[in-house]
Design a protein around this ligand. Structure first.
Ligand code: NAD
Ligand code: UDP
Ligand code: UDP
Length: 347
């Protein structure tokens, strides 16, 4: 890459699921990448293959503390993303979103770097409008067990917009919808990792509630394409951009698709729905299409096959029995209502 185009790029949360794919992509594009992570949910293993590359550097650091480095671009991804993980230490989750954003925005301000904030579809909460467009303000419980994440990310968006208006920073906000693929943590409690691990173990797949709640699943490679496009746009878009795959699927159908893709003998078991679990979630990606010329192209079957192959390799390389007995424990730690069932409206 010509020196002129080569950038020094900071990726916070770079040792996590999405961050490790992003670091890999940016290094492949010829950039100089500084990966910062406190390994709360990520691991060195996710970036071990990059450590020999002269353009890659790994630093253990918690973004709730100031960071003084010289960079041209910042991708701020640091934050646990699985409900089980972010509810484990909710105060730390809010600190990571809010103090982390302040520190990264302060850094961006000092060195005049561009910053891309990894926001989330959770800013829409248990949405009352479908599909969700960026101008929808959401329906969020500010005091529930998911609030640390939802409100933390909403506050981070507020900070981004205020640093942009007040200090003239160049900010891009990606509202990321459910993403899956290789390097998801096998025990993170998210639905795709739970279902795949359960299917491979021949255990029942734990569908929460009656399984009518929906999500849209974006394959990680498609998501990374969008993040890089969003950052490389000449001018910042006027506000956040949804990034996700608009194909909506119920959790019951997701379980059936995973069982079929894994050629599993597993059955389906129903368990209580987590408190405040959004009933329906689906992105409108019109803005991403128009502003970035982007739309996802990986089919759910192709993405699932790649993810299943990854988990099979993980199981084969783990301690005997280590990974396959874990998903029930992960499932057990989410806050769940005993009787709640999603009422999916079609508006
Ligand atoms: P992940 O848990 O795999 O990665 C998060 C990374 O951040 C981990 O490596 C973790 O160790 C690190 N981290 C956490 N707290 C930190 C701190 N205080 N200081 C430094 N590092 C810290 O999750 P992910 O799925 O890769 O998500 C990455 C980002 O994308 C998050 O900001 C998340 O909110 C956002 N996001 C992800 C999804 C998704 O479906 N994967 C959806 C919406 C938004
Ligand atoms: N900060 C940082 N790295 C920098 C510059 C700032 O981590 O290179 C942090 C620092 O902790 C600071 C925060 O970013 O408190 C916000 O910075 P800003 O300049 O907006 O505000 P102030 O320094 O006045 O608090
Ligand atoms: N879910 C499920 N079984 C599981 C894990 C999750 O049915 O083992 C459901 C969960 O209740 C939610 C959806 O799958 O409706 C997506 O959950 P996930 O934790 O992956 O992400 P969320 O979109 O809720 O943040």
């Amino acid at each position: 890459m010509k020196e002129l185009n080569r950038k020094r790029i900071l990726v916070t949360g770079g040792a996590g699921f999405l961050g490790s794919h992003l670091c890999e992509r940016l290094v492949a594009l010829g950039h100089d990448v500084l990966c910062v992570d406190n390994f709360y949910t990520g691991s060195k293993r996710n970036v071990a293959h990059l450590l020999d590359n002269a353009n890659f550097e790994l630093m253990r650091h918690d973004v709730t503390f100031p960071l003084y480095v010289e960079v041209d671009e910042i991708y701020n991804l640091a934050c646990p993303a699985s409900p089980v993980h972010y509810q484990h230490d909710p105060v730390q989750t809010t600190k990571t979103s809010v103090h982390g954003a302040i520190n990264m925005l302060g850094l961006a301000k000092r060195v005049r770097a561009k910053l891309l904030q990894a926001s989330t579809s959770e800013v829409y909460g248990d949405a009352r409008r479908h599909p969700q467009t960026e101008d929808y303000w959401g329906h969020v419980n500010p005091i529930g067990p998911r609030s640390c994440y939802d409100e933390g990310k909403r506050c981070a968006e507020t900070l981004c917009m205020d640093y942009m208006r007040q200090h003239g920073l160049d900010i891009r906000i990606a509202r990321i919808f459910n993403t899956y693929g290789p390097r998801m943590h096998p025990r993170d409690g998210r639905v795709i990792s739970n279902f795949v691990m359960q299917a491979l173990a021949g255990e029942p797949l734990t569908v929460y509630g009656d399984g009518s709640q929906t999500r849209c699943f974006c394959y990680v490679d498609d998501l990374i394409d969008a993040l890089v496009l969003l950052m490389s746009r000449a001018t910042p878009p006027d506000g956040p951009v949804n990034i996700g795959n608009p194909q909506e699927i119920s959790m019951l159908d997701t379980a059936r698709r995973v069982i079929a893709a894994a050629r599993s003998i597993s059955e389906i078991a129903f368990a209580p729905l987590p408190v405040d679990d959004p009933c329906r979630r689906c992105p409108s990606i019109e803005r991403a299409r128009v502003l970035l010329g982007w739309s996802p192209h990986t089919s759910f079957d192709a993405g699932l096959n790649a993810t299943i192959a990854y988990f099979q390799r993980e199981i084969a390389s783990a301690d005997p029995g280590g990974l396959l007995v874990s998903t029930a424990a992960a499932a057990a730690t989410t806050n769940r209502a005993e009787t709640q069932v999603c009422k999916v409206s079609s508006s």
